[in-house]
Design a protein around this ligand. Structure first.
Ligand SMILES: [Mg+2]
Length: 228
């Protein structure tokens, strides 16, 4: 299926590092410290996720900056629930991100598939994320011990699905882009992004959306052993 592969790259959030679980813990910590008296947690969780998702879309499309993403997400949530914490937004976002980066839950099969691939290929991480947060997440979860090649969008100065970040990564790795396989959960940003840059791709269909034409996919990381 794949020939002459030299390197396998992973996305981090939702692919190896269990963003959903870790985010819920960090948001709960933030809620307990700052927001508890105003609303219940489930309401906050649901609405925050919706807003954060929308803002990340805008950030990826370069319609807003990283600073705007980080100041607007809690601001919009607080305005929606009429919570009077405008003056603490920076502190709250920093507390949340710090708590998030300390969480250690990984996706089932992460370490097993890393060990397996590491025997036959160079491995690395390519992630859209803030440089310091992504490195801390790797350390907290123990993933850092398995990777010495990590590219963040901050470092590459481009965000997935932009072709530039895949090209930058291949040039840093010193491999022809077509000899690299990218594994990620986000269909548009990871898979279409990689394929558009001529990198190979395996879609990790985390939420079990089902097969898509001409796309190689797995619903469990361990299934990658049948492909690579
Ligand atoms: Mg992801």
């Amino acid at each position: 299926m794949f020939e002459n592969i030299k390197m396998v790259l992973f996305d981090l959030d939702h692919t190896l590092w269990d963003f959903d679980k870790n985010h819920e813990i960090a948001l709960k910590n933030t809620y307990d410290k700052y927001i508890k008296k105003d609303i219940n947690f489930d309401e906050l969780h649901l609405y925050y996720n919706k807003i954060n998702h929308k803002l990340w879309e805008k950030y990826r499309k370069e319609q807003i900056t990283q600073v705007e993403l980080r100041t607007q997400r809690f601001k919009i949530v607080f305005e929606h629930f009429d919570i009077k914490l405008e003056d603490k937004i920076k502190e709250i976002d920093a507390f949340y991100l710090n708590s998030l980066s300390q969480q250690k839950e990984t996706i089932n099969g992460s370490f097993e598939i890393i060990d397996y691939l590491n025997n036959n290929y160079e491995i690395g991480i390519l992630t859209n994320g803030f440089e310091s947060t992504q490195h801390k997440k790797m350390k907290s979860s123990g993933l850092d011990k398995h990777f010495n090649f990590i590219i963040t969008s901050d470092k590459a100065n481009a965000l997935k699905p932009n072709k530039k970040i895949f090209e930058y990564t291949a040039s840093k790795a010193g491999h022809d882009i077509k000899d690299i396989v990218y594994i990620g959960d986000d269909f548009e940003n990871d898979i279409l992004g990689a394929l558009n840059a001529n990198m190979k791709a395996i879609w990790f269909d985390l939420y079990k959306e089902g097969k898509k034409d001409n796309i190689i996919s797995v619903q469990n990381l361990i299934e990658i052993k049948n492909i690579l």
